[in-house]
Design a protein around this ligand. Structure first.
Ligand code: SF4
Ligand code: SF4
Length: 447
């Protein structure tokens, strides 16, 4: 089994992690589809407010790629369609009606799967409305089925705080996982299944499926970081990846012919009323995950990881790619005599505070500690970057709109891990700038 080590990154010593147990949730009355959080989609609606939609029915398609359809994870009627600036569709809410009507899809047995060619598998996933589960590097968007990628990465690892534990995700799902792997092997000549060396439980239960072990701090297990440390040729930069939960959805769709609805969510953060894992429907409302309890004033709800996720409204819904919810203090309150405090309770990467000696987890908050300031060339950002970028230089090249220069500084290797922004004492929005630049570059390449 191949091993790779990522020498940089950070392991956040954070309070409020979810317990390693699964709670079932009450069936929801409605679900939400956060359309503007699906990367690369320009949605064209296939329903209007008040329309009835079946579980698995099409709700919208991509304007540029009409074959890329998005199907409803609930049967009922379209309660609302919310628009953002310039009439961009932001969110679609489906109120569930009982008995829930659902569509049936082609059902594929293991032997049939073995006999199918790549085109037939692609068609089954596309028709089933789950092609969005597959993502392409380096842009992290949804790929066209062609050209065939050199590899697909499947991570049985999740080091980002507040991500669901993989050992819980794959528990009792071995057959489905094997089926999913068979599907992936039809889509690309090589499938890299990797786990983190610290996840002993995962290595024990799925060791025979794993062909790469990664070691190192967050984000050593991100597919882009794994690609960076393991690639042997530039052609591998066009690899795809899929999250293990999304692969299980695809496997369930193809093996049962029913549109899958359930996944595992992790809820944590010191302000979360219940810190645990929850099995719930795709597009579940936050209120459901919080057990109907309101959070304290001054709490921020973050979906998709505290370093690269986004803020959610308490009455909002989980995005389709987000499986972690964190409830954290805003931390905007001014600290009394802050200058004279030794900083024992403040997490530090630069070892400025005495807290660098502390072993106990910290309560993180969302405070930036002041507005953006000029870069002081401290290079803390370079010290943590898992893919050896000099973020300060990359940032300057992007601001100057020097395409060749920012590419040579490794923009396309950027994992969008959020660490450079996290450690930057000048509070410069490095990661968000790199993310925007990547999206703009992807559009240029696409013409
Ligand atoms: S440049 Fe920043 S966001 Fe990108 S990989 Fe490096 S540390 Fe992470
Ligand atoms: S961490 Fe911030 S201030 Fe320091 S070099 Fe990087 S961008 Fe500049």
């Amino acid at each position: 089994m191949q091993k790779i080590f990522s020498p940089k990154g950070i392991e956040l010593n954070i309070q409020g992690l979810p317990e390693a147990s699964i709670l079932e949730t009450e069936p929801p009355e409605k679900i939400g589809i956060l359309v503007d959080k699906l990367p690369g989609y320009k949605a064209r609606l296939k329903v209007k407010q008040g329309d009835r939609v079946k579980l698995g029915g099409v709700v919208f398609e991509d304007k540029q790629r009409p074959w890329l359809q998005f199907r409803s994870p609930a049967g009922g009627y379209v309660e609302s369609i919310d628009y953002g600036p310039r009439r961009v569709i932001r969110q679609i809410v489906v109120r569930i009606e009982q008995p829930e009507q659902s569509l049936e899809f082609e059902r594929i047995g293991p032997q049939e799967l073995a006999d199918m060619d790549r085109g037939a598998i692609v068609e089954a996933i596309v028709n089933g409305g789950l092609w969005w589960a597959i993502r392409r590097l380096p842009f992290r968007d949804v790929p066209d089925p062609e050209p065939v990628p050199p590899k697909i990465f499947l991570g049985l690892a999740a080091r980002e705080p507040f991500s669901p534990l993989v050992e819980l995700i794959i528990k009792d799902k071995r057959d489905l996982l094997l089926f999913g792997l068979q599907v992936l092997r039809k889509l690309a000549p090589e499938v890299v299944v990797y786990a983190h060396a610290a996840d002993q439980q995962v290595l024990r239960t799925a060791g025979d499926l794993i062909n790469l072990v990664v070691e190192g701090n967050y984000p050593a297990d991100d597919p882009a970081a794994v690609l960076y440390r393991s690639k042997k040729s530039a052609a591998e930069n066009r690899s795809w990846y899929i999250n293990v939960q999304d692969l299980l959805l695809v496997a369930e769709l193809l093996s049962t012919g029913r549109f899958p609805t359930q996944r595992l969510f992790a809820v944590g953060g010191t302000r979360a009323p219940r810190k645990s894992h929850f099995r719930a429907r795709l597009g579940i409302g936050l209120q459901h995950l919080l057990g109907g309890q309101s959070v304290q004033p001054g709490t921020r709800l973050i979906g998709g990881g505290i370093l690269r996720g986004y803020e959610l409204e308490p009455d909002g819904f989980m995005g389709f790619f987000e499986t972690g919810l964190a409830a954290m203090p805003e931390g905007k309150e001014a600290e009394f005599l802050a200058l004279f405090r030794p900083g024992l309770g403040k997490p530090t990467n630069s070892r400025v505070f005495l807290s660098c000696l502390r072993k106990k987890p910290f309560e993180f908050d969302c405070s930036c500690g002041g507005p953006e300031r000029a870069c002081i060339s401290c290079m803390f950002c370079a010290d943590v970057c898992p893919v050896d970028i000099l973020p300060e230089m990359l940032y300057k090249a992007i601001l100057a709109d020097e395409v060749e220069e920012y590419l040579s500084h490794g923009l396309l290797d950027c994992v969008q891990c959020g660490l450079c922004s996290y450690v930057c004492p000048s509070k410069i929005e490095l990661t968000a700038t790199f993310e925007r630049a990547k999206i703009d570059y992807a559009k240029q390449v696409a013409g």
